[in-house]
Design a protein around this ligand. Sequence first.
Ligand code: DAK
Length: 258
Amino acid sequence: MARSVKFENKEGILYITIDRQEALNALNVSVLEELYEVFTMAENSEEVKTVLLTGEGKAFVAGADIQQMYEMSPKEGRDMAKLGHKVMNLIENMEKPVIALINGFALGGGLELALACDFRIASTKAKVGQPEVGLGIIPGFGGTQRLAKLIGKGKAKRLIMTGEIIDGLKALELGIVEEVTEPDTLMEKGVALAETIMKKAPLAVGAAKTAINKSMDVDSKSGSDFEIESFSSVFSTEDKMEGMSAFLEKREAAFKNK
Ligand code: DAK
């Protein structure tokens, strides 16, 4: 069967595109399995420094596959839940930056997928929301948790409990995305962000990502302790010496990921 998750590595950026346009890129079990496979490869490959994730056509991802869920037994539903969480957690916890480029509909599980990424850039054509309550369910891939942590309890409740679908500018205003741009500059903006980050020390970038994620899950004392440990570990890297020497010698740093 043809794959729905396409990928291509160019100069350290892994471009991942979900292409299942007949269902607006809805996440069925096989798309989730493919995403897990591709992100595992991205995490382990030395050739990949940053990931850009987008959808083909008029959707980023229009949600979990409603047709497939309708036909699922409770056991299959549970297995899908486990798989979905595995994918979202992999993306959130991998050290490399992952940027979601929201080109169109990012609804339900599609918005949850974008929320697991580090950054979200939306096109002016984006439509985002958590419409699950209209289907008799709630967000099931971490949406109630990640959205509330990202934008606050009140705004998350309003979106999730009304199922309202909003555009990119409104998503920017609420803090769901960090940037909005015209459709034809979406990829360019994603690449520019990826390149900016790739100029920095990768181990430091990864450690910062992990420490910030940690702050969302633990009390502030544990978070500070974790930061001290992470700081110590990057302090002993070759790239720390390189970054500081480069500054003192007034030249650009050449980081080695060591
Ligand atoms: N699933 C399956 N097919 C979908 C789909 C989806 N989410 N969204 C769209 N499609 C299909 C449509 O059925 C249609 O197929 P055909 O009729 O051509 O065969 C095709 O894509 C084109 O869609 P439309 O004809 O509807 O296109 P429009 O431009 O008119 O409308 C739309 C676009 C995005 C407004 C509309 O398609 C729509 O409302 N789609 C559903 C959006 C939605 O409700 N998404 C949330 C899904 S619920 C779980 C964890 C997480 C979740 C579930 C379980 N576990 C823990 C187990 C997450 C749940 C969700 O994401």
